[in-house]
Design a protein around this ligand. Structure first.
Ligand SMILES: C[S@@+](CC[C@H](N)C(=O)[O-])C[C@H]1O[C@@H](n2cnc3c(N)ncnc32)[C@H](O)[C@@H]1O
Length: 305
C-alpha cells in the first residue's frame, strides 16, 4: 500500500467530505440516544500543512486555506466545520495543523457517543494514536477497517454512522469491498447511516455510486463537487459522497452548503456540483437537486459559475 493521505490533506475533497461528516454527526445528534461512529479508513488523524509530508499544504491551498480565507460564510454547516478546524488548531497551538475525519468526529462526540477508528498502515496508525491521545470514548484499532466493521455491528447503541473512505489504489477491488461493507452494515444494523467517499476522475466513480444507490433499496443521497471538467486528465477532478440513509433534511441542507462551498472553491469556473438522491424529505423525493441537467446519469448539476 503506497497511499499517503498527507499529500492530499485539507484539499477540496477533504473539505467536502469533512463538512458532510460533521453535518451528518450533528444531524444524528439531534436525537439524545448515543451513537457509534465507525471510521473504517481513518488515516493519520492530523496533518501538518507546513511540513514536507503535505508538500507544505500545496493541495490545501485550493481547499481548507481557500475556504478559511473566505468571509462571511452563509451556511451553518460551513461555519461549524471551520470552527472545528480552528478550535483544533488553537488547542494544539499549531495553526498549520489540519484535522482528519477521526479527529473531527472525536471532537464532536457527546458523553453518550463513542467512536472506533481503524487504520491499516502501522505508521499512520501510530500517528492516529498520537492525534487522538486523551480523546474520550474513542478507540483506535490498527488493522483492517472492514474486519472491524464486521465485529462491531450491530452496535449496542443501536445507532451508527459509518465513514468508508478508501484510497482507491485498486479501484475495482475497493468498490467491491465497499459494496460488501455497506451490504453487511445494513444487514447487521438496518438503520445504519453510512457515507462512502469516492473520487471523480471520470464518470466511472459516479456510475458505480449510482449502482450502489439503487442496489440497497434504501433512501440515499449522492453529493458531488468537482473543480475541473469531470473527464479531465488532471488526476482528481471531483469528490463524491454516497450517503446511505441520511438523516431527515440532510439532503436539502446539503444542497445549500455544497452550492456555497463549490462557489467558493471553484475559482476557475470549470467545475460544478450536484445533489442527487431519493432521500429528500419533500414528496417529490428529488427536490433537493438544483441546476441544469448534467451529463452524469441523472444527477442534476450546476456547471460552471
Ligand atoms: C483516504 S485515507 C483516509 C482519510 C481520512 N478518512 C480522513 O478523512 O481524514 C485512506 C486511509 O485508509 C488506509 N487503509 C487502506 N486500506 C485500509 C483498510 N482495509 N482498513 C483500514 N485502513 C485502510 C490507508 O492507509 C489510508 O491511511
Amino acid at each position: 500500500m503506497n497511499y499517503r493521505h498527507s499529500f492530499h490533506a485539507g484539499n477540496f475533497a477533504d473539505v467536502h467530505k469533512h463538512v458532510a461528516l460533521l453535518a451528518l454527526l450533528h444531524a444524528m445528534q439531534r436525537k439524545d440516544r448515543g451513537l457509534l461512529y465507525l471510521d473504517t479508513h481513518a488515516g493519520a488523524g492530523a496533518y501538518d500543512l507546513a511540513s514536507a509530508a503535505t508538500h507544505k499544504g500545496a493541495e490545501a491551498r485550493a481547499g481548507i486555506l481557500r475556504l478559511a480565507a473566505h468571509t462571511p460564510l452563509r451556511a451553518l454547516e460551513l461555519r461549524d466545520y471551520l470552527r472545528v478546524v480552528q478550535d483544533w488548531q488553537q488547542r494544539r497551538g499549531e495553526r498549520h495543523s489540519y484535522p482528519g475525519s477521526p479527529v473531527i468526529a472525536a471532537r464532536t462526540l457527546r458523553p453518550q457517543d463513542r467512536a472506533l477508528c481503524c487504520e491499516l498502515s502501522p505508521r499512520e496508525c501510530r500517528a492516529l494514536e498520537r492525534a487522538l491521545a486523551g480523546a474520550r470514548r474513542v478507540r483506535v484499532e490498527c488493522g483492517d477497517g472492514y474486519q472491524r466493521l464486521r465485529s462491531s455491528l450491530p452496535a449496542p447503541e443501536r445507532r451508527s454512522l459509518l465513514l468508508i473512505d478508501p484510497p482507491y489504489e485498486t479501484p475495482a477491488t475497493e468498490w467491491d469491498q465497499a459494496r460488501r461493507a455497506l451490504e453487511l452494515a445494513l444487514t447487521r444494523q438496518a438503520n445504519a447511516v453510512a457515507a462512502l467517499w469516492y473520487p471523480i476522475k471520470d464518470e466511472h466513480g459516479s456510475r458505480a455510486a449510482q449502482r450502489l444507490e439503487r442496489e440497497f433499496g434504501v433512501p440515499a443521497t449522492r453529493l458531488e463537487l468537482w473543480l475541473y471538467p469531470r473527464d479531465a486528465r488532471i488526476g482528481l477532478n471531483g469528490s463524491g459522497l454516497l450517503i446511505v440513509q441520511p438523516p431527515h433534511h440532510f439532503q436539502e441542507r446539503a444542497t445549500e452548503w455544497q452550492r456555497e462551498l463549490w462557489s467558493i472553491l471553484d475559482t476557475s469556473g470549470r467545475g460544478g456540483n450536484g445533489v442527487h438522491g431519493t432521500a429528500a424529505s419533500s414528496p417529490s423525493g428529488a427536490a433537493a437537486s438544483t441546476g441544469a441537467a448534467g451529463a452524469a446519469a441523472g444527477t442534476r448539476h450546476h456547471a460552471g459559475a
